[in-house]
Write a protein that binds this ligand. Structure first.
Ligand SMILES: Cc1cc2nc3c(=O)[nH]c(=O)nc-3n(C[C@H](O)[C@H](O)[C@H](O)COP(=O)(O)OP(=O)(O)OC[C@H]3O[C@@H](n4cnc5c(N)ncnc54)[C@H](O)[C@@H]3O)c2cc1C
Length: 462
């Protein structure tokens, strides 16, 4: 089944390898779609990646937003990821050129006398790491720490032994069950849930909470955090797309897909918003969750295997990014703002946005309450929160942008795990990729890569 339309055949004939094997179309050039495209191209399979936006990267992207360079949001590369770095290496992208490794993290609470500092580099700064975990006496009392130790021990045990049960209980309820002190909940668990996946502990699945940290336990020596050394499209996703093209594949931007083409209950291609119809042997839907649900629902709303997926909820994300006359913070490192509207944030003028005098990116918590507010109001709340933790330097902000997305993430709330779909579907010719699909690394870059690789493996086996 390798019948492309005339226009598409013309398009592919510009690539080094004119396809002699069945074509795969991948919808979406986020990390999942790019990974799938790369894996197939590396095996010599013809692949065409179609991206709606004018740039590749999806949620790991940077672009110019009305005159200011912005990113999809504040991102950290966790040192225990394995498949993402291995993929980048095969694509010729040097990890140490792409990242700056951070040595410490910080948490600032409006009511704490001092901020908490936590070491990250077990191998290179072991003393600081251990002191960070056990120290911070003005941030956490010995009782807070003791309650956290037994909570984490129980959680990691349940993560391995009873993952389904763990996904039925919110982080707040699980913390209460294990007698975590209120202060430890407010100052440690709240930033580690809201700061990372935006949701407050009462809405956050305990499975998602422990699932993010569990893979790090056997790889504790790899537990460090990397900041990008440039915009994520520039240093990661565009080079990955270039690698696909060097291998004979094609990546088209500004090419939004309107619908799947289905014949005799098999997917045989896609129709673009501009009316172009492209036929292929396989289609990988690697769009964000809501768009993927819509593409599937148009043809397969009655397929019972997809019903849980159609019920999987999505959540928005909201970020504030701004440029200042001088750095807001003394170091470029991950900072949490528990007790405020600030999830995780960081100064970036020495790392991701070098060349700026001051540059900060913030993930805001409780995005449901912010996603529809006017930009000025979101900015006002951001400024108030920064001042509440002593960061008055925000007054020198010259430009700001509020960057938000309303349907990109699956909601990491209790009960979501069993609704996540597998990458290989019961429909001939149809595969799924995306962080929301079933894989152990939740809504992360590593998870997106795993999903893309599983979709590619499904195609290679079919
Ligand atoms: C603010 C923020 C902070 C984050 N922080 C971290 C972090 O610190 N560490 C970490 O590991 N992960 C982090 N993540 C998560 C990480 O970015 C995602 O898990 C990952 O990028 C998801 O990749 P994906 O390919 O599954 O989806 P996406 O990146 O969403 O890609 C989907 C692509 O499909 C395209 N598309 C949609 N519809 C169509 C259509 N009809 N036709 C063609 N194309 C279409 C979209 O434009 C998009 O490019 C963060 C995400 C955000 C937003």
């Amino acid at each position: 089944m390798n019948s492309q339309t005339e226009s598409e055949e013309n398009h592919l004939s510009h690539t080094p390898n004119v396809p002699s094997e069945p074509l795969t179309i991948v919808i979406g050039a986020g990390l999942a779609g790019l990974t799938c495209g790369f894996e197939l191209a590396e095996k010599g399979k013809p692949v065409l990646v179609l991206e709606a936006a004018p740039y590749v990267g999806g949620r790991t992207a940077n672009w110019n937003e009305h005159g200011m360079e912005v990113e999809s949001g504040f991102h950290k590369f966790i040192g225990y990821y394995t498949l993402l770095p291995e993929l980048l290496e095969r694509a010729g992208i040097e990890l140490n050129d792409m990242l700056f490794w951070e040595k410490t993290m910080e948490a600032r609470h409006p009511e704490a006398k001092e901020s908490g500092e936590f070491g990250l580099d077990v191998i290179r700064a072991p003393l600081k790491t251990v002191l960070g975990a056990l120290g911070n006496n003005s941030y956490l009392t010995p009782a807070d720490k003791a309650s956290l130790i037994s909570f984490f021990a129980a959680g990691f045990k349940d993560y391995l032994a009873n993952p389904e049960d763990l996904d039925e209980i919110s982080l707040k309820d699980y913390a209460e069950r294990h007698h975590v002190t209120q202060q430890a909940l407010d100052r440690i668990l709240q930033p580690l849930s809201s700061g990372i996946f935006f949701l407050p502990p009462e809405q956050y699945s305990s499975y998602a909470f422990f699932g993010l940290f569990a893979p790090g336990i056997p790889r504790l020596h790899k537990m460090r955090i990397g900041a990008f050394s440039g915009g994520m499209t520039d240093v990661m996703c565009r080079p990955l797309a270039d690698a696909i093209e060097r291998l004979g594949g094609t990546v088209r931007t500004s090419a939004p897909v309107k619908s799947l083409i289905v014949e005799k209950e098999s997917v045989i291609g896609v129709e673009l918003e501009n009316g172009e119809r492209l036929l292929s042997a396989n289609v990988v839907v690697a769009a964000n969750i809501r768009r993927s649900q819509k593409l599937l629902a148009e043809h397969f709303s009655a397929v019972s295997a997809f019903q849980p997926f159609f019920e999987l909820d999505a959540m928005p994300h909201v970020t504030a990014q701004f440029e200042l006359q001088q750095p807001l913070l003394a170091q470029d490192r991950t900072t949490f703002g528990p007790g405020t509207q600030l999830g995780s944030f960081g100064e970036q003028s020495r790392t991701t946005f070098r060349g700026k005098d001051g540059r900060t990116s913030i993930i805001l918590v409780d995005p449901d309450s912010l996603v529809d507010l006017p930009e000025e109001e979101v900015w006002q709340r951001t400024v108030e929160s920064l001042k509440a933790i002593g960061l008055n330097g925000v007054d020198s902000a010259m430009e700001y942008r509020i960057i938000r997305g309303d349907e990109n993430f699956y909601r990491l709330s209790p009960g979501s795990e069993k609704k996540r779909p597998k990458q290989v579907t019961p429909i001939p010719g149809l595969f799924l990729a995306g962080d929301y699909t079933k894989q152990p690394f939740l809504a992360t870059m590593e998870g997106a890569v795993i999903s893309g690789q599983r979709a590619a493996r499904g195609i290679l086996k079919a």
